[in-house]
Design a protein around this ligand. Structure first.
Ligand code: DP6
Length: 354
């Protein structure tokens, strides 16, 4: 018997960031995080579950197949049509994480099957643009669908988080989303703070380097407590979370922006002062930060944030998007601009990659 399902899931940009884990293997963060779900940066994943021809244990795992759709000349945005490009075996490290998660989901469902999986991202992977969040949220939903199971949003969030990508737990919901921190039991899941329609914020993403980052977020979480400033960061976070929740509830951009920038700088301060240190920023990152500050002196409402990578997300209201995008796009170190905005959560679709 074969069951096949395809899911799309959005990336998200953290306004308050998960950095440092209570339980790294199941993605339980030490601190609560808040994110904005995106709509242009999306992962699509097809999972085929094959029962009947499955052998047990190691043989079953050997018959699993994991592919990525190779980047074509043009990656369609969601709704623009099917991804073009040939299927290639997934890189080893990524395939390992996918296989581990498939095995976890297979056991959860009590199924005896092997899997064929194909996945693609509409944006650069592993470059600090939350491709794990969207990728593992899409993989989780597609696998649950292929296994014929049904889950609530809470269960989907828990299952996605157990991939080890805590941010994937937030990508199962649209709009503005909060994931609580630990120490908590393994049932921690994301909650929606507001629907996408609550506040139309834009995210102008300045790509200064598209290659995968040298140090993974998982490694970053593991090193975070070695920073002498990590305790101070955690102590400040309760107030910052309150400010960000309030700013979102009141749609107060002047309250949100500075808190989001401080938060991003804090995360990178922890990374840079960890042992051994992690430098995600590139010279181009600083060029973009400088340009954002200059835009503000000219009255343009825009604030930056940066996940674990060199690329900069600039959060702004709709009327500032054009100016931000054209100004940043003209910078020497910016290779590409992706214009994104708050969007809905994942969905099952009928256009399969396999
Ligand atoms: C800086 O462990 O979720 O993006 O699995 O690689 O996406 P990936 O990372 P994860 O850590 C997220 C780190 C962060 C902040 C955040 O998204 O909260």
């Amino acid at each position: 018997m074969r069951g096949k399902a395809t899911a799309t899931a959005p990336a998200n940009i953290a306004l308050v960031k998960y950095w440092g884990a209570h339980d790294l293997s199941s993605g339980i963060p030490l601190n609560a995080s808040i994110s904005m779900t995106l709509s242009r940066c999306v992962s699509t994943c097809t999972v085929e579950a094959r029962t009947g021809d499955a052998a047990g244990g190691a043989a079953r795992e050997e018959s699993n197949e994991v592919y990525v759709v190779a980047p074509g000349e043009h990656w369609p945005a969601p709704g623009e049509g099917r991804a073009q490009g040939e299927l290639r075996p997934a890189p080893d490290a990524f395939a390992r994480r996918v296989l581990d998660h498939l095995e976890r989901l297979r056991r959860w469902a009590g199924a005896d099957c092997s899997f064929r999986v194909a996945t693609h991202n509409s944006f650069p992977s592993g470059a600090g643009l939350a491709s794990s969040a969207s990728g593992f949220a899409a993989l989780t939903l597609a696998t649950v669908g292929a296994l014929g199971a049904e889950v609530t949003a809470e269960e989907l969030s828990i299952l996605a988080r157990r991939s080890g990508s805590g941010s994937a737990a937030r990508s199962v919901l649209g709009g503005y989303v909060e994931l609580p921190g630990g120490p908590v039991p393994d049932d921690v899941y994301a909650r929606q703070l507001a629907e996408p329609g609550h506040w139309d914020l834009r995210d102008v993403i300045a790509i200064v380097a598209a290659e995968p980052k040298a140090v993974s977020s998982l490694e970053g979480h593991a090193r975070a407590p070695s920073s002498p400033y990590f305790r101070e960061r955690l102590a400040c976070l309760a107030d910052r979370l309150t400010v960000v929740r309030e700013a979102l509830a009141r749609r107060d951009f002047d309250l949100l922006g500075p808190a989001v920038e401080e938060e991003a700088v804090d995360l990178h301060l922890i990374a840079m002062s960890s042992s051994p240190p992690i430098f995600y920023w590139r010279p181009g990152t600083l060029e973009v930060l400088e340009a954002v500050r200059r835009l503000r002196t000219e009255g343009v409402k825009a604030y930056f944030t940066i996940d674990a990578g060199p690329n900069v997300h600039v959060i702004c209201p709709p009327d500032a998007e054009e100016t931000v995008a054209s100004r940043l796009g003209a910078l020497g170190s910016v290779r590409e601009i992706i214009r994104d905005r708050v969007g809905p959560g994942p969905e099952l679709i009928e256009e399969h990659l396999l």
